[in-house]
Structure formats: C-alpha cells, structure tokens
Design a protein around this ligand. Structure first.
Ligand code: DHB
Ligand code: FE
Length: 278
C-alpha cells in the first residue's frame, strides 16, 4: 500500500533558480535560505521516497488567463520545463508516472473534485525550483505528479476547498494499491505581493501563525476567505493554499521535523518545512 512518509513545503522565487544556476548558495544573501534546507535534504536522502506529488501554481507557462483551471493534475510520462521569461536556464524534463496519476485522478473525481487532466503539461519555476532545492545533487530521483492550483485569477479555490482537496489527496494516496513511499510537496508563499501600491508587502506575524497552524491545526486556516488572504498575505501570498492542502493530506498525528524562515528572498517572505506523520 502506498503511504505518505512526509509533507514538505518551500517558497519558489525565480531568483532562487538563478542563485542555483550561478552557484551562489554560499553568499551572505543566500545562506540563511539554503542552510535551512539541509535537514530536509538529509531526511530525503535517508527516507528515499519513490514519488512526489507536487502542489504548485502555474504562472502562465502552461495555463494563462484565457483558460485557467482551478485544479489541474498531470498524467504525463514526462513534464518539460521551458523558458518562462525569468532568465532561468531551461531544465531537464521531470519523470512522471501516468498510471499512478490516473489512479489519483479516479480517486479525487470519486471524491467530487472535477479536475482538468493533463496528458501534456509544462512545468514552471514553481514546480522545478523546489525539486532542485530538495534534491540539490541533480534530477530528483522520484516520479512526480504535478498538481496546479489556481492562485492567480479570481475566483480562487477557497482555503476550505484547498483543505478538502488535501484531505481527498491523502485518501487517494491511501487507496493506492502499489507499494510506494510518497512525499507531498507544496510550493509558493509565504506572504508577498509583486505589483501595485502594496508591492513588497510582507506580513511576518501572519506567516508565523500559518507555520504554526500548518502543523498543529491546519483547518484553522480555512476561516480566511480569498479576499482576507490577499489582505493578510499579499496578492501572491494566496500561494499558501498549496501549503494548506499539503498539511491536510497528512494524518492528524504528525510532527514538525524541520522548519526555516527568512525575510526577504527577492520580494518574498521565504519559508520551508518538513512534517512527518507520527
Ligand atoms: C517572486 C515570488 C514568486 O512567488 C513568484 O512566483 C515570482 C517572483 C519574487 O518574490 O520575486
Ligand atoms: Fe509564485
């Protein structure tokens, strides 16, 4: 039977991809961020998961404002990266597992999530950078299932819907008959806003509350509407939706293994965490 062995989350700022490409991890600006990932990298090295379900938001590479799915699940044999205009190097394709993806899709649909299914899917910095961060030695040694959430064009899925999606994802992985060790990885956040009058907005107190509740009581975060999340975390701070879904996918009995937060990376209050089921 498949089981979730851990939930991970990390911010996905393009400047991080540039720092990796230029090998600048040891520079003073970057060490507080990169050092904080070491316990998570070591944990992955030890536990050796087979498969990563990656909850991220596409920023216009695969989906654009003309056609924006609320939840889209990859069911491809490989996921290609492409030039998305941030000056990032284009990476190798990431390995998929279409049979596993389809079983997840069947289970999520049975749980009343009406999905967009993607037999071709390009993956942007929000998918690629976290995998480069967690497996810095090279291509991530896992099969992947990308799941894109709409955090870009309103109306967004609510925090409550993201929580329920995570619960359904947890059930889907539990129902999976093959013997796999699965990690659920959320990417994005924490507070940030890239445009408008509040460009540069960060809310450290709200981020700390989120980090604490994601471990102790993620359902707490479902009280916020999308408008409240934008007000509290910034217009791109809605990327917390994927963190809520990741936390909801894990069993209630869980513990925090490692956490790091650092302000700022580019315009973003960066953070990373690793939660393990008890
Ligand atoms: C930044 C943050 C993001 O989440 C993103 O997708 C792009 C840029 C930033 O802080 O620069
Ligand atoms: Fe983003």
């Amino acid at each position: 039977m498949a089981r979730i062995i851990g939930g991970l989350a990390v911010s996905h700022v393009p400047a991080i991809g540039r720092a990796i490409a230029d090998n600048r991890q040891e520079e003073a600006y970057w060490t507080p961020f990169f050092e904080g990932l070491k316990p998570m990298q070591a944990w992955l090295e030890e536990k050796k998961p087979d498969l990563a379900v990656v909850l991220y938001n596409d920023h216009g590479l695969n989906f654009f404002l003309n056609a924006m799915p609320t939840f889209a699940v990859g069911a491809a044999g490989a996921y290609e990266n492409a030039d998305e205009g941030w000056g990032l190097p284009v990476l190798h394709p990431f390995r998929g597992d279409p049979a596993f993806s389809w079983r997840l899709i069947e289970s999520l649909m049975a749980d009343e999530f009406d999905l967009v299914t993607c037999q071709e899917m390009k993956v942007d910095h929000a998918f690629c950078i976290p995998l480069e961060l967690f497996w810095p030695q090279g291509p991530a040694p896992v099969a992947t299932v990308p799941i894109s959430f709409n955090t870009v064009q309103h109306p967004l899925p609510s925090a409550k819907r993201a929580f329920k999606f995570g619960q359904a994802l947890g059930r889907a992985i539990e129902r999976e008959a093959s013997d796999r060790k699965v990690v659920v990885i959320a990417t994005g956040g924490l507070s940030h806003q890239l445009e408008g009058e509040r460009a540069g907005f960060i809310n450290k107190a709200f981020d700390q509350l989120c980090l604490e509740k994601l471990v102790s009581d993620p359902e707490y975060l479902t009280r916020y509407s999308s408008t409240e999340l934008v007000a509290l975390a910034g217009s791109q701070g809605t990327e917390i939706l994927m963190w809520i879904a990741m936390a909801a996918a894990l069993p209630a009995a869980r513990r925090l293994i490692s956490q790091n937060s650092h302000i700022p990376i580019s315009n973003t209050a960066s953070a990373a965490m690793l939660i393990e089921p008890d």
